[in-house]
Every structure is written in C-alpha cells, then in structure tokens.
Unconditional design. Structure first.
Length: 262
C-alpha cells in the first residue's frame, strides 16, 4: 500500500480531448510526466503538434496527436478508429473539450445553445460511446478503465456571468456522468466528474484579467487553481487510489462553491 503503487499510472494509455491548451494541457502534462502514453485531440492541429513536441520533452511518458473537430460527428468516429488502430486498449478517457458563450439574457441566441450543448454534452456521450470497446479492453480486476469528465462549479451553483447554455450543459454533464457510472460500472469502467473552479485558460483569460482579485477573494484558499491541482486530481482518479470511486462529482475549486453567496 505504498504511495508509488497507489498513484502509479505508468504505462496507461490516456486520451485527453482538448488536451493541447488550458486545463487539458495541464492534465496531459501530468499524465506524460508520470509515464503514461497520452493522446491529445482538438480541432487545432497546429496546437496539438506544438503540445506534443513540448510534452515529449518531459521524457518519462509519450504524447501523440490525433486532431479532430468534435462538432463534426464524422471526426469523432475517425478519432475512435485512429486510436483503435494504434492501441489495443484505452485505460483513461478525459472528456475535457468544451465551449462557452456569454450574452445578456434578453439577447442570448438560440445558436449558442446548439453550439455549447453539442460540444459540452452531446459529443461527450458520443465519444464515450465510441471508445467504450477500447475502455473495456483496458479494464482489469481492481483496476477498471476510467472516464473523467471535466465539469464546472457553474454546473453546481448559479454563475455570476450570463452563461446560460454553459452552466446548463455542465449540470447536464455532471448527471450524465452519474448515469454512465451506473451503466458502465457493470463493464468495469468508472465515470467521475471534476467540477472545476477558475484555472488559467483561454476560456477564463478575459474574466481573470478583469476579475481575478475579486474571484480569489471569494475562494477560501485565496487563489485560482494550478496545473498541479487539476492534474493531481486526474492522477488520483486514474490510479489504484481512485479505483473504487464511481459516480462522484468532486469539486476542484479551493472551496469556492461552499463559500459562494447568492
């Protein structure tokens, strides 16, 4: 029951959607630095290649790129096919890709709902469904395959900003994860969600530039999240230490949700 054994992910095959930038990039680095084989995928092929080159410089694990535009259903299928050609099994799927849309209530467009829910919810289900056969091959007794969904505290509380589709999609994602945990647990695949607070990312850049001091003042730990915070949570859920966690929604927010005031 030593720590190196409990938290070991060496040799595991991991797919991180949206793994080239922001939180996804942090997660990818955590896995590569600890000896995993990591595939990153997003529609920005150039960013994927740049991230892969940087990650492979870490030395311990290995990173590969499979670019795909998840708005396109055929790209999701091509991703699953490409991964199956390269690997016999998948041990960890991190559903991280997502989008946001902010606009005043009276002006909030219908197109925002279609765009945000497609990527943040519908495609999560589709990608998970397509990769389930590989995940089943990656499961072992006492070491199930893992699905980690990157959710948001805005799916747990009422957000300050007018991001109606985003918060609704993340609330839906949290519950989808629980439904998948019940269904896929029977196939020895776990499904859990990390409800993230603020981290430095492209999605959060404008908000942090204007409101970082205010945001940090509302977090009991007094800071925004770091790469170690999110990658550490993923490593826990992917290792023997997290093998019996299934259907959980874990906040990674420094206590922001418990201190928020409506």
């Amino acid at each position: 029951m030593d720590i190196p054994h409990l938290f070991n992910v060496e040799g595991k095959v991991v797919l991180v959607t949206g793994g080239a930038k922001g939180v996804g990039r942090m997660i990818s680095e955590g896995f590569v630095a600890n000896g995993a084989t990591v595939y990153i995928s997003s529609r920005d092929g150039k960013a994927c290649e740049t991230a892969v080159n940087e990650l492979n410089g870490l030395g311990k694990g290995t990173a590969y790129s499979i670019p795909a535009d998840f708005y396109r259903e055929e790209d999701c299928k091509k991703l699953a096919e490409a991964l199956a050609k390269r690997e016999n099994a998948l041990h960890v799927l991190v559903n991280n890709s997502g989008s946001n849309w902010g606009a005043p209530y009276d002006e909030y467009p219908s197109s925002a709902w279609s765009r945000v829910l497609t990527l943040n919810l519908h495609r999560v289900f589709l990608i998970t469904q397509l990769l389930t056969p590989l995940l089943e091959k990656g499961s072992r007794p006492y070491d199930p395959a893992r699905i980690i969904h990157i959710g948001s505290v805005d799916g747990l509380r009422v957000p300050a900003l007018e991001t109606f589709a985003y918060s609704a999609s993340k609330a839906g994602l949290h519950h989808l994860s629980r439904v998948l945990a019940s269904h896929l647990g029977k196939r020895n695949i776990t499904s859990n969600t990390l409800a993230c607070g603020p981290f430095k990312s492209k999605m959060m850049a404008a908000t942090l530039e204007q409101y970082q001091d205010v945001i940090e003042a509302g977090i009991p730990l007094g800071r925004i999240g770091t790469a170690e915070d999110i990658s550490g949570a993923c490593l826990f859920l992917s290792s023997r230490a997290g093998a019996y966690i299934n259907g959980a929604t874990i906040t990674v927010d420094g206590g922001g949700v418990v201190s928020s005031k409506l």
